[in-house]
Ligand binder design. Structure first.
Ligand code: BT5
Length: 272
């Protein structure tokens, strides 16, 4: 016999809180809930290609093929986490897609600060950290029509309960979950409603310099030496901040500051 887990009462959907968040939002979320799915990003892309409107929101209780960047695995066991993908259709050029990745991380960070009294940091370009460990990740994927964005999918995974974090050792970066940091038991629906509220706020001001300033203010390892592995080699320097295009600005030992564009990058604090 399988005993119900301690988390089984923590339903992601249906939820009056989410319905309220949707009613308040400028986009108006059209929620599709999946008890189990391969990847909400994959399904969101399929729906967007078929014309799904901006605001289509996919939620999953479990993902069996959740993805990180470069097809790395993202683990989402049933009942443990928030896994969501949102179809957006902003008027963005190719070079500004990174703004949506920044938006996702900032929205999660603000929700954790405002609604849960936590102090997250943002690890450039797509991670949310608590006490130096990864609690959430963002995966933005876009489709283009010439140099304009036809649609984007903003995917966010947030570890909530203990069994959300990957079991296998050797994970690229240490992971954590929200219950380990919160003072009271956490409801996934409440967390999701808070994140959606923040996404809505930030999306109204996409490309506003205030958003990148807010990112820089929460930047993990600011003022410390980091190394970033990019497809064209390794760059290292002291982290200065995030500029208005969302690039990470590093000050090398000599010469001018260097801008690193998000993409296939791996960032590490040096000396750890
Ligand atoms: C990310 O990639 O951090 C993006 C994660 C996005 C997940 C969401 S969930 C909803 C939507 N649907 C999807 O299929 N994806 C999105 P990246 O920076 O590449 O980090 C991936 C790495 O994080 C992996 O190689 C693992 O080492 C590690 N990892 C996997 N699962 C994790 C988890 N639950 N918590 C923390 N780290 C994890």
């Amino acid at each position: 016999m399988t005993l119900p887990s301690a988390d089984s009462a923590d339903a992601l959907w249906p939820s009056p809180l989410l319905e309220q968040a949707s009613a308040r939002s400028r986009i108006g979320y059209r929620v599709r809930y999946y008890p189990s799915i391969g990847s909400t990003n994959d399904e969101a892309k399929r729906l967007a290609e078929g014309g799904a409107p901006e605001g289509t929101l996919l939620l999953a209780d479990e993902q069996t093929a959740g993805r990180g960047r470069l097809d790395r695995k993202w683990s989402t066991p049933a009942g443990q986490a928030v896994a969501m993908s949102l179809v957006l259709r902003p008027a963005l050029t190719v070079s500004r897609l990174g703004a949506l990745t920044l938006l996702g991380g900032l929205a999660v960070a603000r929700a954790l600060e405002v609604d849960f009294d936590l102090a997250p940091e943002l690890k450039w370009p797509n991670d949310v950290l608590l006490s130096g460990k990864k609690v959430a990740g963002v995966l933005v994927e876009g489709a283009w029509s010439e140099d304009r964005l036809a649609f984007a999918v903003l995917g966010i995974g947030i570890n909530v309960h203990e069994r959300s974090i990957p079991r296998e050792s050797g994970a690229f970066f240490p992971a954590t979950f929200l219950d380990a940091h919160a003072t009271a038991p956490l409801s996934r629906a409440r967390l999701l409603a808070a994140v959606l509220g923040q996404i809505d706020e930030c999306y109204r001001r996409l490309l506003d310099p205030e958003l990148t300033a807010a990112w820089s203010a929460r930047l993990a390892y600011k003022g410390r030496r980091v190394s970033v592995t990019t497809p064209s080699g390794m760059v290292s320097g002291v982290e200065v901040g995030v500029d208005e295009s969302g690039a990470l600005v590093l000050q090398p030992d000599a010469g001018e500051p260097v801008r690193v564009i998000a993409g296939d990058v791996r960032l590490r604090p040096m000396g750890e």
